[in-house]
Design a protein around this ligand. Structure first.
Ligand code: 5GP
Ligand code: ZN
Length: 138
C-alpha cells in the first residue's frame, strides 16, 4: 500500500534486519526493542489489522510465530516469549500494517510491563453481560 512503511520494508525500499521469511510472511527485528530480540512478523500482503487480515495470512503468521518463538528459546536462551498485537489507534497501534510482536524474555531479565498487570476481581454480572454481547455478535 502506498505510503505504508512496512510495505516499503517488504519491497526492500526501507532497510530491515531479516529474521525469517516465507511466501506469505516476513519477520524482522524491531528498531525500538522493548527487550533484546524483539521481533515483528508481518503479512507480505497489506492488511491494516485483525479485522481486515485474511485467515490464510493470519494462519501463516501464527505458524511463523511458532518457529520464531522456538528459535528465540534455542538461539537466545529465552525462558518466555510475549506475543502482542495491537488493533486501532485507540490501543496505540502506530504502524497501520498488521504486525505481530514477539518479545523474548531472558532468565533473570526485567518483566515486560504489559505482562505484569495486577489481577483485580471483576463484577460477575458485568463479565457475563459483556461475554453475552460478544457471543451473540459472532
Ligand atoms: P505498534 O505500536 O504499531 O504495535 O508498533 C509498531 C512497531 O513498529 C514499534 O515497535 C516500532 O518500533 C516498530 N517500527 C516502526 N517503524 C519501524 C521501522 O522502520 N523499522 C523497524 N524495524 N521497526 C519499526
Ligand atoms: Zn503495508
Amino acid at each position: 500500500m502506498e505510503g505504508c512503511i512496512f510495505c516499503k520494508i517488504i519491497k526492500g525500499e526501507i532497510p530491515s534486519t531479516r529474521i525469517y521469511e516465507d511466501e506469505k510472511v516476513y519477520a524482522f527485528a524491531d528498531i525500538n526493542p522493548i527487550l533484546e530480540g524483539h521481533t515483528l512478523i508481518i503479512p507480505k500482503r497489506h492488511s491494516e489489522n485483525l479485522w481486515e487480515i485474511p485467515e490464510a495470512d493470519l494462519s501463516a503468521i501464527h505458524a511463523a510465530s511458532k518457529k520464531v518463538a522456538g528459535a528465540m528459546k534455542k538461539g537466545l536462551g529465552a525462558d518466555g516469549v510475549a506475543c502482542v498485537q495491537l488493533n486501532g489507534k485507540s490501543v496505540n497501534q502506530v504502524v497501520m500494517h498488521y504486525h505481530f510482536h514477539l518479545i523474548p524474555h531472558q532468565p533473570g531479565g526485567p518483566d515486560l510491563p504489559m505482562t505484569a498487570w495486577k489481577l483485580m476481581p471483576g463484577d460477575m454480572d458485568k463479565i457475563k453481560a459483556n461475554a453475552e454481547k460478544i457471543s451473540r455478535a459472532l
